[in-house]
Design a protein around this ligand. Structure first.
Ligand SMILES: Cc1ncc(COP(=O)(O)O)c(C=O)c1O
Length: 439
């Protein structure tokens, strides 16, 4: 019997049928369909760290802050927490303090917009930068799919810039900007993740950070710096300064997330946009205020209760998420080392499998000499009981990719061992079935 239909997808915004927007759903569906498979796919925080009592405590801590530090009456504090609120948020001052304490960044609290996750921050920035059909975005590839999907929704084409082993190929960035201009297009910004990138795991060195800022100024590009993993180095090395900390010319729009450092369920992130924007009437304001206008039409304001929890967590640790995450950092570092050692044992040289060796973060990329696609992931889940993420999801074209992303954040070392045993069996079987090389 024919199923009656009311609408055709062809009559909806083209983005809804785009691979970038199907990507997250597909990966979630696979995980739900094979719940017993070991998941080296999810980049989620480790759930044993969740604490039932913490959100209540954080809420109360923030409420006290409103009364004791900000001089609000109990009724005003109740309004701040329960009522519609300031579009740019109510924990902006604590975020500015956090960035000063942990990153040495001096940020005007007025340049902060608190968003519904970092995902909303990306959307607001891209929507604002898409002024017309000539505008394009450059993005270091492989690229976080949430960025590509958001760009689709605002009709902003994304042009890849090679990431390579150093995190960004600066010559290619200059070339892509030049080429876009040669085509009559206007490259507005380059999206980049300098610290333990998702998905590559690669970080950009200090000299290249400085050169990237120089190049952005030369090319009149903004840099959109996304930094959800910077607090999780695997060794004792000093963390590198963020691009924003090195930015003396207001080239960088900084994106932050509290999903990995406080609580993903709160769905709170933020952006720092201190760029000065000239109005048609000659007045000059902050880009943050223009972005807040867009936010007012997307989510009105970020949940005050959710912000209050994040604010309470920040207050509890005197503004430092570094000190709030000592246990998490140690566990993720241990897992990353465990995964890298496990890969070495299972794929000893000379092996056809190679992998990245990140200095921190959640992700490692394993490259293999066969195509890694969604069909292989399904087979891996069904027959081998292990989940991972095909790297093809992080490239914005249909070129076959022979690589997969492994995540260490949501598992134990034992689960990593089991997952790697299963993955090694899959890789061995795939290599067995590869056609013999032509003579
Ligand atoms: C690179 C990157 N940016 C942004 C996000 C989204 O962060 P949020 O959960 O705060 O929306 C993620 C989430 O995994 C991410 O990996």
């Amino acid at each position: 019997m024919d199923t009656p239909v009311d609408l055709a997808v062809a009559d909806l915004h083209p983005a809804v049928d785009d691979p970038a927007l199907n990507s997250m759903n597909f990966l979630n569906e696979v995980a739900q369909h094979w719940p017993d498979a070991v998941s080296l796919a999810a980049g989620r925080p480790y759930e044993q760290f969740f604490d039932d009592d913490a959100p209540r405590r954080w809420l109360e801590r923030f409420r006290r802050h409103l009364v004791e530090d900000q001089g609000q009456s109990p009724a005003q504090a109740r309004r701040t927490l329960f009522q519609y609120g300031r579009t740019k948020g109510i924990v902006h001052h604590l975020i500015a303090q956090n960035l000063a304490v942990d990153e040495g960044m001096q940020v005007d609290p007025e340049a902060v917009v608190v968003t519904v996750g970092c995902q909303e921050a990306m959307f607001l920035v891209l929507q604002a930068l898409r002024a017309g059909p000539r505008d394009v975005l450059l993005a270091v590839a492989p690229t976080y799919v949430g960025l590509t999907g958001a760009a689709r929704l605002v009709d902003l084409p994304v042009r890849p810039v090679a990431g390579g082993p150093t995190g960004v190929d600066l010559a290619d960035l200059a070339e892509q900007a030049r080429r876009a201009r040669g085509e009559g297009l206007r490259p507005r910004a380059c999206y980049v993740m300098p610290d333990f990138a998702n998905p590559s795991g690669v970080s950009i060195g200090l000299d290249d950070r400085r050169r990237l800022l120089e190049l952005a100024a030369e090319q009149e590009l903004l840099l959109i710096e996304d930094n959800p993993y910077g607090l999780f180095p695997a060794g004792d090395q000093d963390r590198l300064p963020t691009l924003k900390a090195l930015d003396t010319r207001r080239r960088v729009i900084y994106l932050g997330s509290f999903a990995k450092t406080v609580l993903p369920g709160a769905r709170v992130g933020y952006l720092v946009a201190d760029q000065r924007v000239a109005g048609v009437d000659g007045t000059v304001g902050l880009l943050a205020d223009q972005l807040a206008k867009i936010k007012s039409m997307v989510t009105v304001n970020t949940s005050a209760l959710a912000q209050a929890m994040i604010g309470g967590a920040l207050l509890e640790h005197d503004g430092s998420l570094v000190s709030a995450n000592l246990r998490e950092r140690a566990a993720y570092a241990r897992n990353l080392r465990h995964l890298l050692a496990g890969l070495e044992r299972r794929f000893p040289p000379p092996s056809l499998a190679t992998w990245t060796t990140p200095g921190g973060g959640f992700f490692v990329v394993l490259s293999v000499p066969f195509r890694v696609d969604d069909a292989l992931l399904r087979r891996s889940a069904e027959r081998y009981g292990v989940l991972w993420t095909p790297m093809a999801h992080f490239y914005d074209d249909a070129t076959p990719v022979g690589a997969l992303r492994l995540s260490v954040s949501a598992v134990t070392p034992d689960q990593i061992d089991l997952g790697l045993d299963r993955l090694a069996a899959l890789v061995a079987d795939e290599l067995d079935h590869m056609p013999a090389p032509a003579r």
